[in-house]
Design a protein around this ligand. Structure first.
Ligand code: BES
Ligand code: MN
Ligand code: MN
Length: 462
């Protein structure tokens, strides 16, 4: 395969412009007010897949947001790559922390991105990374170099738990049949340290509600005499970790995968600078489970975090009140062998059991998914390794990530194929945060590396 460099150089302004158009549509799957925009984004992705050379593209209806499915089959005897990505994005709030509006993309230079980065919600997660695949396909079809078959499956509900995907995948196993799944929805260690994500954490997401008295009360007349749901909720949450920041839910660690000393030593070889890490986040110290390094804490160890907590009076000034109810949203990141449904049950049982008399507790499970690990000796991994060597001039480092893409474990179970996670984002790209951005260099490097994967995967499959 020829290098895509010249083609990219010639077309890069258009590649950027097309992505910018896509980023302008606020496809926020979590907020039903944006339903039209989510659907509009699906249409836009369909159009671009057609233009890039897919033979057929359809918008597949699901009980939730549609899945855009496209394919280009050139020869049944050749391998088939299934590309997965998502066109929905996270809500952009808090809006006032953005330096420019989240859906009005701007290109700005940063220290890490002297070539410029596109600032917009979804620029990295995942419109920008998904669109690299569309442009890589364009390059291969327009220059007559597509070496194998390709299928695209771009969904619109990833950021809210991919609830329609299991339904779609089990119904369409034949249609989705493939030899390897390729996803760019993760990150890499640094611009000069390419890496391939070999693990993702699972997830169990729950919402809890603590109810005390049947109405909001005067905090002077009743304070001290009744259970305050907010006080109680805070106490209950605080008790979920012990002094070593171990999670206290009985049975929580029962199935946790244990890594050997050798595996942990190997992991520790990945470049990481604790001082830089603290500086980037403006924190004086890191915090976490005793006995594990920062990199272990956010990849091979399970966690429990409150994502939001509310109740009572939060408006201007002061109001003396004991609220009737308090709420929290809690996520548990899980590691291989932990079953998310079992963990959700354990949480529910435990949380209900620690509620003191005087309050009632409700636990509402949201969504979840299993963790994923992939071996580094598979055909797909080797092809990815060679692809990075070609475009970065370096062998990529395998890295387990702390994030979750629940669909990956489901793919392996239902479609029996391995997923290769070729991410081009950086931790500092601020995904899910204000001022999300994606480096132009990373975007173009992705477009350059993806065709190499197609090439080597086809070669190694012979
Ligand atoms: N692309 C992310 C996941 C990710 C990012 C994995 C960086 C590894 C490195 C994905 O869009 C995401 O945000 N997933 C959610 C889970 C989902 C069920 C809402 C997550 O990890 O919180
Ligand atoms: Mn994503
Ligand atoms: Mn995301």
């Amino acid at each position: 395969m020829k290098s895509a460099k010249t083609y990219i150089e010639k077309n890069k302004d258009r590649f950027l412009d097309e992505l910018i158009q896509l980023l302008k549509i606020p496809s926020i799957s979590a907020d039903s007010a944006y339903k039209k925009d989510v659907l509009k984004t699906a249409e836009a992705v369909k159009k671009q897949l057609e233009k890039a050379g897919c033979d057929s593209v359809e918008i597949c209806e699901t009980p939730g947001y549609p899945i855009v499915y496209g394919e280009k089959m050139i020869d049944k005897k050749l391998p088939t790559i299934l590309v997965y990505g998502h066109y929905d994005v996270q809500p952009p709030d808090p809006l006032d922390l953005w330096d420019s509006p989240p859906f009005e993309p701007v290109i700005k230079k940063t220290k890490l991105h002297p070539e410029g980065a596109i600032f917009a919600r979804g620029s990295c997660d995942d419109k920008g990374q998904m669109y690299m695949h569309v442009k890589a396909l364009e390059y291969m079809t327009k220059t007559d170099q597509l070496p194998c078959n390709v299928k695209f499956m771009i969904e619109g509900e990833e950021e809210v738990g991919s609830s329609s995907l299991e339904w779609f995948v089990t119904k369409n196993k034949k249609k989705l049949a493939n030899d390897v799944i390729l996803i760019s929805d993760t990150g890499m260690i640094a611009k000069d340290v390419p890496s391939i994500t070999t693990g993702l954490r699972g997830l169990s997401y729950v919402e809890v509600e603590v109810t005390g008295p049947n109405r909001d009360l005067h905090s002077g007349l009743y304070g001290g005499a009744v259970a305050n749901p907010i006080n109680i909720l805070c106490k209950m949450i605080a008790s979920l970790h012990d002094k070593n920041t171990h999670i206290t839910i009985p049975g929580f660690y029962d199935d946790v995968e244990k890594l050997s000393k050798k595996e942990r030593e190997k992991m520790a070889e990945a470049p990481f600078n604790l001082e830089d890490y603290k500086k980037a986040l403006d924190i004086g110290a890191v915090y976490g489970e005793k006995g594990y390094s920062t990199n272990e804490r956010n990849s091979i160890r399970p966690t429990l975090d409150v994502n939001g907590i509310w109740g009572g009076y939060t408006g201007e000034g002061a109001k003396t009140v004991i609220a009737s109810k308090a709420y929290a949203k809690i996520s548990m990141r899980l590691v291989p062998n932990q079953d998310w449904k079992k963990i959700t049950e354990l949480f529910k049982k435990h949380f209900e059991s620690i509620a003191p008399e005087g309050v009632r507790v409700k636990v509402k499970p949201h969504h979840g998914g299993q963790a994923y690990v992939t071996p580094i000796d598979s055909l797909g991994y080797k092809a990815a390794e060679k692809a990075y060597e070609e475009t970065f001039g370096k062998t990529p480092i395998p890295q387990r990530s702390g994030g979750s893409i629940p669909i990956v474990a489901l793919f392996e179970k239902e479609l029996k194929s391995k997923t290769i996670l070729m991410g081009f984002g950086l931790d500092s790209d601020a995904i899910h945060s204000p001022n999300e951005h994606f480096g132009i260099w990373n975007y173009l490097k992705g477009i350059e590396t993806i065709p190499q994967f197609y090439h080597f995967f086809t070669e190694l499959s012979k």
